[in-house]
Unconditional design. Sequence first.
Length: 495
Amino acid sequence: MTGTNSGAGSSAEDPVIIVGSGPCGAMAARELVRRSVYVTLLESGAGAPRGGLVRIGGHPVFRYVDDGPLRWDSGFAATNDPTTAWYRTLAGGGLSNYWTGAVPRFSPADFGSPTADEAHRWPLGYDDLAVYYERAEDAISVTASAESVPNLPANTVSKRVDLDEQWQPIAESAATYGHDVVPMPLAKGSPHMAVGRGTEFNSWHNIVNGLSKSPYFTLITNAHVQRLNWDAPSGRVASASYVDHSTGVEHEIHGTAFVIAAGAINSTKLLLASRSSDFPDGLGNTHDVLGRYLHDHPKDWWPLESSTALPLPAHPIYMTRSVHEDEFAASWTVGLALSRDRPKTYVGRAGTRFGVQVFGTMEPTPEHRVSLRDGQTDENGDPVLNIHFGYDQSTIDDMLATRQRFIDVFATAGVSARVETTGVSLTPGESVHYGGSIRMHESPEFGMVDKDCRLHAVQNVQVVDTSVFTTGPEKNPTLTAMAIAARAMETLRRS
Ligand SMILES: Cc1cc2nc3c(=O)[nH]c(=O)nc-3n(C[C@H](O)[C@H](O)[C@H](O)COP(=O)(O)OP(=O)(O)OC[C@H]3O[C@@H](n4cnc5c(N)ncnc54)[C@H](O)[C@@H]3O)c2cc1C
């Protein structure tokens, strides 16, 4: 098959180049390779970090992952809130080596209403993604409830889990406020496993390793991409330049199309660093939108003591955003407050102490942004970034209100709940859900890419990670980013 033209105009000599093997890059590669498109995946890491995991009967009994490659406080300057963090790793599988695996679908309302501010209107909706959610769920294997509720459409479920009956009074009380209470959808795979990775789903082990057998797939590790090279006469990106970490030698690789999935901020950095006389402010940056509209989920966690014992959740419990649209947007996840309680979940014990994690939302604004800190480079030879980000008082007030709402839900069910924390301290970046800095919008005035994730100004470059999110609904983003990546690859294949 070598050398024959395949989908997307690719051939063995002129493949589609994908940057990054995290969940989004791996999903993009899977979709193309399965449809006989030649793909070369460039991954900065040498492989995935060492790890191990044993699960018996759905319970994790051993988990280890080497977190040495995880970084959060280097490679950037925080130009607004000094506590700002940027979690990332240059390793095969990216952050899926460390993630929790919460995979809620966005709901139709999460893509915005026609009356939303024009700047915040997504160019695609839930119906555009439904079939691609299924493909992503097929790749990651979801344990969840099989029922849809208004703000949480059901996943395609591999293993079904139901809410414990004894939590039903809390669910009924929550419903009076417009919330639904359901098991959190998790990428948990088989209830029994003994594997050499630290998370149940990891895109390196679960996707990339499987692709390696295909004649359509080439993997180049230690390949740290520094630039996409614009070819003015053809009006396309012709090649990518990368440094081989193991030798220090720079290489140039040609491709028919380029798919960027280096993680929200690394992808933004790559485009910002890809300057040319046609694009002096970064590839495709015609309207000074690149890097702007950065958003994240304000994240809060608090221990809660209830007056009545309830089953300690072996599987986390999720309370959705209210259906009342004028309310603050937040979701709550109830788990254990103490890791020593985990064995008690194996025998269905009840308890009175829980840990509650809340994700809120923020309105993306052009002021919150990633930009190059000119003149400085990091250990990989990449430009150092400025990250200008922070939460305002109204976001902090909303997060305090989410605590009261949770206490009220328990009180209406006749259970008194005490939150054992006062005040709210929000760390930008701590939820590891950065998005928006290469956002999707119909107009280049408000977004860098179109609904197919293609740069408005550069037709053979697509960006397929959370950087393309137009807004950040209060849900974990990875499943939706994988679905968007799968859809974008379908449009690439057909083009
Ligand atoms: C502790 C923790 C818990 C989390 N829990 C959840 C959760 O429950 N649910 C959820 O949805 N999300 C969760 N996340 C976030 C989730 O892991 C990320 O959203 C997801 O991994 C993003 O996927 P990605 O493919 O876009 O990027 P990444 O996973 O960041 O992967 C990017 C890849 O690109 C490579 N790369 C980067 N730069 C270059 C370059 N210049 N050249 C070549 N390769 C490059 C990296 O090595 C990496 O392989 C969690 C994260 C953490 C840290």
